[in-house]
Design a binder for this molecule. Structure first.
Ligand code: SF4
Length: 254
């Protein structure tokens, strides 16, 4: 299996289809980390799902070649704001190979990032559409599309090293914005692994919640930009704008 995966990756690389769109420049270490990440096959259930989805597709994307690999973090390696999502969507990031790109969640998120000055354009359609983040980077606790958008605890545990690795290579990060409770928990667990004491009871997730732990970047919460939230009005553009304004305030005034 591993040999076949390696051969597939080499073939994809030769075809030019494996060009990673993640960190916008940055250190060699970050690019190396992302190259290793996209070859990860540590979770059999998720590997099977991401590849099955890419084979079966949906009608509207039947002509597309899916990425069908782990999706690396995206954005400015000098970012002070780091957003923590959940996992790539089956026909979004798992198709396009770029975080939040090619689905409604991304439309909602990048429009807000653009309004707040953290992105150069409001659209994110495919991974070569010219999108650039400014002072912002996006990571996720799970890098492979999970069935029903729900990664299992063992999969989140296994994947945590990739998020730890990327965060360690974003030296200017000052505010972490968790999109949803899973991202919030992942941030607190990440702090724990860094040796930062996390109080008990743990800071609770909520939209607009803010946790300031000594020695850690500020942790801010927002409801996730999933269609489940944006189509029901649980998360409106204005609510996300307000959280991003708070993030901007934290970056400016601490
Ligand atoms: S979810 Fe993470 S650890 Fe599991 S296969 Fe994907 S990249 Fe690897």
């Amino acid at each position: 299996m591993a040999a076949r995966a390696g051969a597939e990756l080499r073939a994809a690389s030769a075809r030019g289809t494996l060009r990673i769109v993640g960190a916008q420049g940055g250190s060699r270490a970050l690019r190396d980390l992302q190259s290793r990440m996209v070859a990860c096959r540590a979770c059999p259930r998720l590997v099977a799902w991401r590849e099955e989805v890419a084979r079966v597709k949906v009608r509207r994307f039947s002509e597309h070649t899916y990425w069908a690999r782990p999706v690396p973090g995206l954005g400015d390696p000098a970012a002070r704001l780091v957003l923590i999502g959940l996992a790539p969507a089956a026909h979004g990031g798992n198709r396009t190979g770029r975080m939040f790109t090619g689905d409604r969640s991304g439309d909602f998120l990048f429009a807000a990032l653009h309004r707040a000055g953290f992105a150069n354009q409001p659209q994110s359609v495919h991974r070569h559409d010219g999108l650039r983040l400014r002072d912002a980077f996006i990571v996720a606790p799970c890098r492979c599309a999970p069935p029903a958008n729900v990664p299992r605890p063992d999969e989140l545990r296994r994947c945590s090293s990739w998020m730890d690795g990327e965060l360690a290579l974003l030296p200017r990060a000052r505010v972490l914005l968790a999109l949803g409770a899973v991202g919030w928990d992942a941030a607190l667990q990440h702090f724990g692994r860094r040796g930062i004491p996390v109080p008990r009871p743990r800071p609770r997730f909520g939209h607009g919640a803010l946790a300031r732990l000594p020695g850690a970047p500020a942790l801010l919460g927002s409801y996730h930009v999933s269609q489940q939230n944006t189509q029901t009005g649980k998360l409106t553009p204005r609510m996300l704008d307000e959280v991003l304004a708070l993030a901007r305030q934290l970056l400016t005034h601490g």
